[in-house]
Ligand binder design. Structure first.
Ligand SMILES: [Zn+2]
Length: 130
């Protein structure tokens, strides 16, 4: 008579299924948090890009001795890609002219009556930086 010998060191199917289920549960908890953290870091990078561009425009205006009227003519409603190639871009990296979350659209800029420069992001519209 043949006897079945069970290797006691091997995992059973139930044990493997339990491990897979636990790993799936941990992944289900971790993945949404990782996605949220990634978007948070992209939003922070976006804010820093816009702050650098606003500073670059201020430096450019100071060095070129531009008036508020000249700033408004040059920057109101224009995208940062539009103004790149016109002397301003030497003060910032042109690859930073787009949002890290959505690199298909460029930032836009405004200059108010007091010369305050504000840079807007189409993706993070609620947080203009100036
Ligand atoms: Zn953005």
């Amino acid at each position: 008579m043949m006897r079945l010998i069970r290797n006691s060191k091997a995992f059973t199917l139930v044990e493997i299924l339990i491990v897979v289920a636990i790993l799936g549960l941990l992944a289900a908890i971790a993945i949404p948090n990782l996605i949220k953290a990634r978007e948070g870091s992209a939003e922070t990078a976006c804010k820093m890009n816009r702050a650098v561009i606003a500073d670059a425009i201020r430096i450019w205006a100071t060095k070129e001795n531009k008036s508020i009227d000249a700033l408004q003519t040059k920057f109101n409603g224009k995208t940062i890609k539009d103004i790149s190639g016109d002397g301003v871009e030497i003060y910032f990296d042109p690859k930073d002219a787009v949002c890290p979350s959505d690199d298909t659209q460029s930032y836009t800029s405004t200059v108010d009556a007091n010369g305050l420069i504000t840079i807007y992001c189409p993706t993070h519209a609620a947080a203009p930086v100036g």
